[in-house]
Design a protein around this ligand. Sequence first.
Ligand code: 13P
Length: 255
Amino acid sequence: MSRKYVIAGNWKMNKTSEEGADLVKEIVGAVGQQSDVEVVVCPPFTVLESVSRVIEGSNVKMGGQNMHPAVSGAYTGEISAEMLRNHFSSYVILGHSERRAYFAETDDFINQKVKVALENQLRPILCVGETLEEREAEKTLDVVKTQLVGGLAGVSAEQIGSVVIAYEPVWAIGTGKVATPEQAQEVHAFIRQSLSELYDKAVADKVRILYGGSMKPGNAAELLAQEDIDGGLIGGAALDSNSFIDLVKSAIAQD
Ligand code: 13P
């Protein structure tokens, strides 16, 4: 399969400008020139500038962790697509389960963001995933499908190639409870099947689908070896240069 792996670090609300620059210097030094795997770091907004200076001239890309769909205006505390682009971001994480749970983001609102990101040449990393309750009630696939269809409404077949999907089971995020490779692969294959129904098989085969939720060097190889797992969206293990670099190397070793 010709899909290039993506290893993306979601730093969440961690790191000052200086700490972020130090972390990314190590990442750039170790894996910043290779091009087998796409490496993306998503620092907090206040750290975008210092990180952008360090990644300049390397293959490491940067993304925001959220974005507002409006062009500008009275949205206290928010940040626009243009502002992210202005700070050399090429990706943006949208619909993360923490945004859905703590900030009441709906599929409709997330969909507005996805469309605006694409119009502004930002690649959305659209997150989907079920809670433990939903999994136990055997609603995983329904929940994921609703989030996927809702998040991608109005996204064309030409645009979908720029979208990255991240399957993040909520019960695996920050808990140390990783999905088994079989559990993850089942949902990833379902997402790809859903994309082929929404678009077509050729298009669906090109979309990268990342796994997220307690991924670390010790469990990455097995997950990344699954047919429909094209990388990882990493939280905790992205805050330490050694573990993040190991994750990138684990993806390189899959090629
Ligand atoms: P952890 O890797 O800390 O479980 O977080 C995953 C995540 O939410 C990435 O977006």
